[in-house]
Design a protein around this ligand. Structure first.
Ligand code: URP
Ligand code: ZN
Ligand code: ZN
Length: 466
């Protein structure tokens, strides 16, 4: 019993064609004109619709213990929200607390992720370093298919590491052919600015943004790039937000260094006026790096178009206003950093990117599926529509309209930072693991149906262009 998608326009990162797609046994088994259904096939008429590969979100945090609480989507609710929005594979971050062995952290994440409804992979965060760390990282790559390591230059005193530790991660990653990813903000400068504001009685959410200005991101991005240059290691900058960081990436690429960059819809679409919202509503937008002043957004779009940014992920890390964000009412440094976004990524990027004419529909696919799959060693199993690839597909009706709201989203969160945004197009069918898991606004997911996807480091530095 397979699935036959007929009459749609199949879009990959390199091509648009009017062909049918047949899935069977969880894989794409045929692509071509006038494919015939086999007995028992479910037939989806995709006339007037696009057929995209399932989205790959390379940056999410489900049930992450963070800043005294835990992100509010677990692996079940978070992956289900992803499916509702056309994302069929996530890469979450194993983030062991300081002092916890990496492989113990991995066991925790493996247990939590058993609930996932869609496929998942892991990055391993290095939050501290001792003489056993290198061997643990070797085991991550060789025994567990974890071929990317995460480092935080911010969050000093918690999960952040210093430059020596960062350098060591880069050196061992080089030996293993793994990719280092970095949250680039100058941790020490942030702490000083935070202390200054709190001392002056400046406790409101907007001081979160003012304590993390673009300079702290630009400096750390440049420093990480220079350290990567010293070790000869490629680098992936997560959630890049501003011109200062873009300049560092531009210079690195101009001298031939392999530096990948990711941004997220919130940095492309929102500006720092969100921090003027009254009644502590600005807390919903407290994330790191923060939302930037007007002007940075267009620079990011230009960078997407120019291929300077290769990936649009979400950094999905939701916290409820009630009971979680509220922890920082009297001190912005205590507001848990993060927001929901996994369900809205495709719709927002399609609307603000393709409909507005900033990117074409193939580039759109490249940004949300193909590039993350290639960079992180999931391709061609994930990230495109190829015979033999996983049957993860999105049938997308570009004529539909939807208004984003926390009242109707599937995120387990009481706020949506894109509340009221009108989105063009929506998934009418989402196929994950060869099964229709979302149809005409209704989820049909199975707790635990998601599979762990081990990754290869082979593609990490290969050509990731279309
Ligand atoms: O504010 C954010 N981004 N929260 C999640 C953790 C991180 O820094 O990615
Ligand atoms: Zn981060
Ligand atoms: Zn993150």
């Amino acid at each position: 019993m397979g699935i036959l998608i007929k009459n749609g326009e199949v879009v990959t990162a390199s091509d648009r064609s009017n062909v049918d797609v047949r899935c069977g046994g969880g894989k794409v088994v045929a692509i071509g004109r006038d494919l015939k259904a086999e007995a028992g096939d479910t037939i989806i008429d995709a006339s007037g619709q696009f057929v995209f590969p399932g989205g790959v979100d390379a940056h999410v945090h489900m049930e992450l213990p963070f800043m005294g609480t835990e992100s509010s989507d677990d692996f079940e609710t978070g992956t289900a929200a992803g499916v509702a929005g056309g994302t069929t594979t996530i890469i979450d971050f194993v983030i062991p607390a300081r002092g916890v062995r990496l492989l113990d952290g991995l066991r925790d994440w493996q247990a939590k992720a058993k609930k996932a409804v869609a496929d998942y992979a892991f990055h391993m965060a290095v939050t501290w370093y001792d003489e056993k760390t290198d061997d643990e990282l070797r085991a991550c790559v060789k025994d567990h298919g974890i071929t990317s390591f995460k480092t935080f230059m911010a969050y000093k005193g918690a999960i952040g590491i210093d430059d020596t530790e960062l350098f060591r991660v880069m050196a061992i990653a080089k030996e293993l052919g793994a990719l280092v990813t970095v949250h680039a903000e100058h941790g020490d400068a942030i702490v000083e600015l935070q202390k200054k504001f709190i001392k002056e009685g400046k406790i409101a959410p907007k001081y979160h943004a003012l304590s993390r200005p673009p300079e702290v991101e630009g400096e750390a991005t440049n420093r990480a790039i220079m350290l990567a240059r010293l070790t000869g290691e490629p680098l992936y900058i997560v959630h890049l937000t501003c011109r200062e960081a873009l300049n560092a990436v531009y210079e690195a690429r101009a001298r031939g260094q392999i530096v990948f960059a990711e941004t997220c819809p919130q940095y492309l679409l929102l500006d720092d006026s969100v921090y003027d919202k009254p009644d502590f509503e600005a807390a919903a937008f407290v994330m790191s790096p923060p939302i930037r002043p007007k002007g940075h957004q267009e620079a990011l779009w230009n960078a997407l178009r120019a291929g300077l940014i290769q990936v649009v992920a979400t950094d999905h890390c939701p916290f409820n206003q009630l009971g979680q964000k509220e922890m920082g009412r009297a001190d912005f440094t205590k507001i848990p950093n993060g927001a929901a976004g996994i369900e809205n990524r495709l719709g927002l990027l399609y609307t603000a990117g393709v409909v507005s004419g900033r990117i074409d529909v193939c580039e759109f696919v490249n940004l949300f599926a193909t590039q993350p799959a290639k960079i992180f060693g999931l391709y061609p199993r994930k990230g495109s529509i190829v015979v033999g690839g996983d049957a993860d597909l999105v049938v997308y009706d570009p004529t539909a309209r939807r208004t984003i709201s926390a009242k109707t989203h599937h995120h387990r969160c009481d706020r949506n930072i894109f509340e009221g945004f009108e989105v063009h197009g929506e998934a009418t069918h989402v196929i994950a693991n060869g099964r229709v898991q979302y149809k005409d606004g209704k989820l049909d997911v199975k707790r635990g149906a998601g599979r762990y996807v081990p990754r290869t480091s082979k593609q990490v530095v290969s050509d990731s262009s279309r």
